[in-house]
Design a protein around this ligand. Structure first.
Ligand code: DX5
Ligand code: ZN
Length: 223
């Protein structure tokens, strides 16, 4: 049995009120991380924000920034996000030819390296490379938009990762992203997730900090 870690809650500012972004980031100061969803209108159909907004967020919080790049050619852009204050840079394996080289580049520059994958992308080919990463972000919705429904079948990927990581005693965090709420977080925690992105479940609540606390409590009880 692997040692139990406290759940990490990472609110996605994609669901925040952008006219009050600084206040909205401060409103979730009780979270472990802040999730920053970068979309380029190419890798995904939607456009969100880039490195300048990421930097502005880093100025108003001490929390680590968990930067999720839903962009093409991430290798050309990662330095901007490192400069902007990212703690972990997560890129999509569908968007780059050599994920391992990019992970090594990130780590050599002093940030944590993560990869993500679309719901239809299998995890198996990446298992032998997991030790090159600090984090895997399992998408439980099709990337591109907040507020979508959780895809429970993606938990199979989480179970595969959990077994592999525990068997090989790797220090890799499994994070899940998309449709996480008080209704779905327990199943995700039971499947073996360590970290949970939540956009609408946090910022759609009148009390974002209370929502973070409740999600953490549910995840803790189920893991
Ligand atoms: C989707 C993003 C998610 C999204 C989560 O492309 O990566 O982080 O904002 O939002 P909710 O929690 O509303 O599904
Ligand atoms: Zn995300």
């Amino acid at each position: 049995m692997a040692e139990q870690r406290a759940p990490i809650i990472s609110p996605s500012i994609l669901a925040a009120d952008f006219t009050q972004l600084g206040e909205q980031v401060k409103a979730i100061a009780n979270a472990e991380w802040v999730h920053v969803d970068v979309m380029d209108g190419h890798f995904v159909p939607n456009l969100s924000f880039g490195a300048d907004i990421t930097k502005a967020v880093s100025r108003v919080t001490e929390l680590p920034l968990d930067v999720h790049l839903m962009i093409e050619k991430p290798e050309q852009w990662v330095d901007h996000y490192i400069d902007a204050g990212a703690s972990c840079v997560i890129f999509h394996i569908e968007a780059t030819e050599d994920p391992v080289s990019l992970a090594r580049d990130l780590r050599s520059k002093g940030v944590r390296a993560g990869f993500s994958l679309r719901p239809g992308t299998p995890i198996e080919p990446m298992l032998e490379h997991l030790h090159e990463f600090d984090e895997v972000l399992v998408m439980s919705v099709e990337p591109g938009f907040g507020g979508q429904s959780f895809m429970p079948e993606q938990l199979e990927k989480v179970r595969t990762l959990r077994s592999y990581i525990d068997e090989h005693d790797l220090d890799v965090i499994i994070e899940i992203d998309g449709g996480i709420s008080a209704k779905t977080i327990e199943a995700a925690a039971a499947a073996g997730c360590d970290a949970f992105v939540a956009g609408s479940a946090v910022y759609g609540n009148d009390d974002p900090a209370g929502a973070v606390e409740e999600l953490r409590r549910l995840a803790q009880a189920a893991s």
